[in-house]
Design a protein around this ligand. Structure first.
Ligand SMILES: [Zn+2]
Length: 288
């Protein structure tokens, strides 16, 4: 069977490395790669407003992203703030959503804010119930075949103050998505059954992450080979992946490695580069 590939570049708007200026340089560097590849307007930006104050500190960059037609989503690190109950998660997620919506309204822009990604791709009933109640309809957290520990904390020194907790940290959160096959295509679910990749009903559409933070060729090949008629290949990356963690400066080597990895995906699979908000209409069996 001839397979068709859709490739989603999803950029989590965490700005964890360097000064404000260096963070902006990281944003410009990754967008320059997208521009050179002709995919501006066909990527998705998940903005971490709570931790990095995009609307206050990076308003111009945010407007450029919106104005170039990218899908604007929200990326909340509930983990960083220990916002793991429904009440705390709903409060944190509501604040970021309201701040972004107010910024867009004040600048005369509109964006639907339908897509959401949890920090460290953590999945739980309270987080999904909060996402549903806030009006999100597309989520992208499942990481097929992977078991991982995580929680982002800011306890280091500049230029790289942030640390991901690991297995030895008692506060690390353990996730296990080994039951989800890499070939799973996006599925619909409710607040409790997010790992039920055969589910076709529910208020949330889960778009699983094929690889992060950079292109993993083996996982891409495997996902493509086994997805059936339509593959959705999802990269989850960050502006700071373009920066040298030791200095905060944009790293030409990292940028060219990123560029080469996207070119490899383009040449290998001839995919359509799409945004998260386009997934519903492209699912097999959709009438869209
Ligand atoms: Zn993140």
């Amino acid at each position: 069977m001839e397979s068709k590939a859709n490739f989603l570049v999803t950029v989590d708007g965490d700005l964890r490395v360097g000064t404000l200026e260096q963070q902006e340089a990281g944003i410009r560097a990754i967008r320059q790669v997208h521009s050179d590849m002709g995919i501006l307007g066909r990527t998705t930006w998940m903005i971490n407003e709570i931790d990095f104050d995009w609307t206050g500190q990076h308003g111009r960059a945010l407007l450029e992203i919106v104005d170039s037609g990218e899908c604007l989503g929200v990326h909340d690190h509930q983990d960083t703030h220990y916002a793991e109950t429904y009440t705390k998660a709903f409060d944190l997620m509501g604040r970021s959503r309201r701040r972004l919506a107010a910024f867009l309204e004040a600048t005369g822009r509109s964006a639907a804010l339908t897509a959401h990604r949890n920090g460290c791709a953590i999945q739980s009933e309270p987080l999904y119930q909060a996402a549903i109640d806030l009006g999100y309809t597309i989520v992208s957290d499942a990481w097929p075949g992977v078991r991982w520990y995580a929680r982002m904390v800011r306890d280091g020194l500049p230029p790289s103050c942030w640390r991901r907790m690991g297995e030895s940290d008692p506060d690390a959160i353990l996730m296990d998505n080994r039951l989800v096959p890499l070939s799973a295509i996006p599925w619909r679910h409710g607040p409790c059954n997010w790992l039920d990749f055969e589910s076709r009903e529910g208020p949330l559409l889960q778009v699983p992450i094929t690889c992060m933070p950079l292109v993993d060729r083996g996982r891409m090949e495997s996902a493509f080979a086994n997805s059936g008629s339509t593959a959705f290949l999802v990269l989850d990356t960050h502006p700071y992946d373009m920066q040298d963690p030791a200095t905060g400066e944009v790293s030409p080597e990292r940028v060219s490695e990123y560029r080469r990895s996207l070119e490899w995906v383009r040449d290998r699979f001839q995919p359509a580069f799409i945004r998260l908000d386009q997934v519903p209409e492209l699912l097999p069996g959709s009438s869209g």
